[in-house]
Write a protein that binds this ligand. Structure first.
Ligand code: NAD
Length: 351
């Protein structure tokens, strides 16, 4: 794929309706003509659609890549072909109208004249400290639409990856999941399509109740013996708590040996007592072995929101940190549901 046109052809309107709509709208109205925008979001093939929209809107872009991601040479080549400047994060500095950020990495390097948009929880927490900031800081993390990506998108990716590499049929098998947060909820949802034997370990009492309300079996993560029994009876164990070494630190390891193990979290949740070879994908977040760890249909609404949040900052110039306005958030979720044959009610039952 060499150009933005190639990418829009690769991800047609039924897969990425928000990106296609945004491209058409921006082509017609050029809403950011002359705006200087710096863009720091993991630079992948999929992100290029979002960048293409901003270019079409008339923005003068500088594109960079967050410090925690390796540079994708193919994506940078497409930017070069499209005459969009790319700079490594270390070299980015100066004054811009908007900072479109991920992980609050731009705020110390760049000055924003009109506003900042943040993509992630970590970044939102850092920007939240800037209550007295001189421009609006709009977070698309504190939204319902973010669940489409983190809950459904990651859940589907983890499910797809495990089924692809496990080499066993997991239909009706016993599955134990650690953590019923955004990611764990999505994993449980997708595995419940092939088995009714889903047990979820949680440390939080209100979450334990929620697990039962959602029709799964729960087990209190603080009750080591119960956990070990559940682990012994499991075929597949998946971690999604966000906590390093959680299994090594807390449980008798014999219960976990010779099981299919997979980690969905950013940290090594099985921990030091497990060899990399004992956990699928060498302990890394298992969906990252896939060419597309999260499918475009789940990224489409968050990419759209991260761009459209510029309008939120232009329409409401109140300075300091806030979430994307609720009306826009709800409208995006309901449009996504309609497009992909879901209902908002069904989504609300999941997250
Ligand atoms: N693989 C991916 O593509 C991907 C995508 C997004 C996030 N993540 C990662 O997944 C992890 C989880 O993210 P999240 O957004 O669901 O977090 P979250 O905070 O929403 O959920 C974590 C849950 O784990 C529970 N928990 C804490 N201690 C526990 C314990 N000892 N046993 C069982 N449960 C426990 C918490 O109560 C909480 O409900 C993080 O590491 C995150 O970075 C991965």
């Amino acid at each position: 794929m060499n150009s933005f046109d190639d990418l829009f052809a690769h991800y047609p309107p039924d897969v990425a309706p928000f990106m296609h709509q945004m491209l058409a709208d921006y082509q017609a109205t050029k809403p950011y003509k002359g705006f200087k925008i710096v863009h720091n979001v993991p630079l992948t093939q999929t992100t290029l659609l979002k960048i293409a929209c901003l270019k079409t809107a008339g923005a003068n872009l500088v594109v960079t890549n967050p410090s925690f991601m390796n540079e994708d040479r193919d994506a940078i080549q497409v930017l070069t072909n499209e005459q969009v400047p790319y700079l490594p994060l270390d070299s980015v500095k100066g004054e811009f109208d908007f900072l479109l950020d991920c992980g609050a990495e731009l705020v110390d390097k760049c000055y924003a004249h009109k506003g900042i948009v943040e993509l992630t929880r970590t970044g939102a927490m850092r920007y939240q400290r800037h209550k007295e900031f001189h421009v609006p800081i709009v977070s698309v993390d504190d939204t319902r639409l973010k669940c489409l990506e983190t809950c459904l998108g990651t859940g589907e990716g983890v499910y797809r990856a495990i089924r692809q590499i496990a080499n066993v049929d997991l239909t009706n098998k016993n599955i134990l999941i650690f953590g019923f947060g955004k990611v764990g909820i999505g994993i449980a949802y997708y595995f419940s399509k092939i088995t009714t034997n889903v047990i979820i370990a949680e440390a939080d009492s209100s979450r334990l109740q929620l697990i039962e309300q959602r029709g799964y079996q729960s087990v209190d993560a603080k009750q080591a013996q119960l956990i070990e029994h559940a682990a012994e009876a499991s075929d597949l164990i998946i971690t999604a708590t966000g906590l390093k070494d959680i299994i090594s630190d807390n449980y008798h390891l014999g219960a976990f040996k010779d099981k299919l193990l997979a980690n969905a979290g950013a940290e090594d949740e099985f921990g030091y007592a497990f060899d990399a070879t004992e956990v699928l994908a060498d302990k890394k977040p298992v969906n990252f072995i896939l060419k597309e760890p999260t499918l475009m249909e789940f990224l489409d609404p968050i990419f759209y929101a991260h761009n459209i949040a510029i309008d939120d900052a232009l329409n409401n110039t109140q300075t300091g940190f806030r979430a994307l306005d609720q009306k826009t958030d709800e409208a995006i979720v309901s449009q996504w549901a309609k497009h992909h044959d879901w209902t908002v009610e069904k989504l609300n039952q999941i997250f």
